[in-house]
Design a protein around this ligand. Structure first.
Ligand code: COA
Length: 159
């Protein structure tokens, strides 16, 4: 792993979409269209190495005490080398700086999030997400994604 994690440049959004498209084709993340990516580009961090955009993640704020970690993808060849963890650290650090109490993810890879301090919760504990996104999704209410939360407010002063 010889790349860096940083905020994206606008000229990198097309490459970010390409990585998201690969992952969304397998159903592991939601697809995002270019206009949505440009509008929300400040939510994102990217991992960049000599080959270009090798990973990305977004922190999307829902309300005063809640934000979603989403669109987390690492280039297939780079997986298992700690890039996902590095990207997650970047959004968690931003969330702490904003005093966000809880961050959550809806995922099919609970092991990755468990290793990073998240715990499984009932989807009903995240009614805003269910109202905002899930209720409009074709898979609702039978989706197999697992809701996971990390309570940052409980950690303040301990790290
Ligand atoms: C999930 C993903 C982002 C992880 O990225 P990564 O760079 O491979 O993750 P890391 O190398 O930082 O892994 C951190 C830990 O999680 C574990 N882990 C990572 N991906 C895992 C997976 N798919 N299943 C089980 N464990 C996994 C690793 O074993 C590692 O633990 P270890 O240090 O004890 O070995 C990557 O696999 C990916 O892009 N998957 C497709 C998209 C996706 O599912 N995104 C999540 C949407 S919520």
């Amino acid at each position: 792993m010889n790349g860096v994690v940083r905020k994206p440049r606008l000229t990198e959004v097309v490459a970010m979409k390409a990585l998201l498209d690969q992952a969304s084709a397998t159903g592991s993340v939601l697809p995002r269209e270019l206009p949505e990516l440009y509008e929300n580009v400040r939510d994102f961090y990217v991992y960049v190495d000599a080959e270009g955009i090798g990973g990305l993640v977004a922190l999307h704020i829902d309300m005063v005490d809640l934000a979603e970690v989403r669109s987390l993808v690492v280039r297939e060849r780079l997986r298992g080398q700690g890039v996902g963890e590095k990207l997650l650290e970047a959004v968690l650090s931003e969330a702490r700086g904003l005093d966000i109490a809880r961050v959550y993810a809806f995922t099919r890879v609970p092991v990755f999030f468990e290793k990073n301090g998240f715990r499984v919760v009932d989807k009903e504990q995240l009614p805003y997400k269910v109202f905002k996104d899930c209720s409009r999704c074709g898979l609702f209410p039978g989706c197999d994604e697992i809701a996971m939360v990390r309570d940052l407010s409980a950690e303040s002063g301990t790290e």
